[in-house]
Design a protein around this ligand. Structure first.
Ligand code: G6P
Length: 369
């Protein structure tokens, strides 16, 4: 087992550190920016369905569902197709309105999640096309889907999903750009620019991983907190959900993720000098709004840890701690901004003496209801 962990103490850390490679593996042959090439061979036969879809319904659970939320924003922005993101467990039991002309994208690391499988069956029975985005080759979901694309992240052993999430985002972004290209929704110049940026993501994750020690220091300061709030807007809203999920899964600290603007409808009541609030506040189209939300938290004496874009001079003056990540186009930012949150939850859990790779009550793959 020590050999399998590749010198790391836990699989989770190994898998976090593998992300530059897993994302690069996922892009290989699919994206060649130089040639404006973007193609997922696995969904070739259903491209027409996807391009002409009335809507896309994304079905998933857990972390895969968070990847689906990011994909919703990206698909709607670049391909202008309406998207709904559903928890498989809810979708399957409510007589869903779905049929011919709808395309379902089922996202699952393991490819074995029972609720997702059952939801796919319902969608297919009603005539929808199902595309699977799975990590495990030959898994049940990969087999029952009409077509699909693998995430090629390699085996993920840690129960808390890390490299599978960034690989899912890679596939889903590639898929959205492929549709946008075919539908001519983006200019050649903009498409190529995005593809170049996508190709640079592995290197930017590598750069982000160098924040390791810095994040460890912050983790030590907050390891005894009893609650955490994670806030973000736009593309970083699902990242807030994912950051909170990672923390609660492995450290057993209660954490909530929220869209930053919704804070005033509830979570703001919880803020006092004891409450750590993680803001994912990179420079994007919601930046100014997030800055106001940070002010609202600081006015109530919350302790703010902010993930910001390198070179930001405004937010560092307002908050308790900053974690600077490399700049990237906003649709690609979740692949970068989630990385410090993975590390934060990892270190906090380790410092609390938790079993990081096998947290209590959780399973890697939930094959029962
Ligand atoms: C479990 C795992 C999570 C995972 C979820 C969905 O809860 O612990 O890490 O995100 O199942 O699994 P899937 O294999 O369908 O992505």
């Amino acid at each position: 087992e020590a050999i399998e962990k590749g010198g790391y103490e836990h699989f989770m850390m190994k898998e976090i550190m593998e992300q530059p490679k897993s994302v690069a593996d996922c892009l290989r042959g699919r994206v060649i920016a130089e040639q404006s090439h973007v193609k997922l061979g696995g969904i070739h036969h259903h491209m027409e369905d996807l391009m002409n879809a009335n809507r896309i319904v994304i079905i998933a659970c857990g972390t895969s569902w968070h990847a689906g939320l990011v994909a919703e924003y990206i698909f709607e922005e670049v391909a202008r197709i309406p998207v709904e993101v559903e928890y498989a467990s809810e979708f399957r039991y409510r007589n869903p309105i779905i049929g011919k002309g709808d395309v379902v994208i089922a996202i699952s690391q393991s490819g074995e999640t029972a609720d997702t499988l059952a939801a796919i069956e319902i969608a297919q029975k009603n005539g929808a096309t199902v595309l699977g985005v799975c990590n495990v080759v030959g898994s049940s979901i990969a087999r029952v889907s009409d077509e699909g694309a693998y995430t090629h992240a390699g085996p993920e052993i840690g129960v808390a999903s890390t490299k599978a999430f960034t690989a899912q985002l890679t596939v889903l972004t590639t898929m959205a750009l492929m549709v946008a290209k075919e539908k001519k929704m983006l200019s050649d110049v903009n498409l190529q620019k995005l593809l170049f940026e996508l190709e640079q993501v592995p290197q930017k994750i590598e750069e982000t991983l160098k924040l390791d020690e810095e994040i460890k220091v912050i983790s030590a300061l907050y390891k005894d907190a009893t609650n955490f709030l994670y806030l973000g807007r736009g593309y970083n809203f699902p990242v807030a959900l994912e950051g909170a999920l990672k923390l609660k899964e492995i450290s057993y600290i209660h954490a909530e993720g929220y869209p930053a603007a919704e804070m005033k409808h509830g979570p703001i009541a919880l803020i006092d000098e004891e409450m750590p609030v993680v803001f994912i506040a990179t420079k994007d189209s919601s930046y100014d709004k997030v800055v106001s939300n940070i002010q609202e938290v600081k006015a109530r004496k919350g302790r703010v840890i902010a993930i910001v874009t390198k070179g930001d001079v405004l937010i560092p003056k307002m908050v308790d701690h900053v974690i600077e990540v490399p700049d990237v186009h906003e649709i690609l930012m979740p692949m970068i901004s989630v990385v410090p949150l993975q590390l934060l939850s990892y270190y906090i859990a380790v410092m609390r003496g938790c079993n990081v790779d096998q947290p209590r009550n959780l399973a890697k793959s939930v094959t029962v209801e």
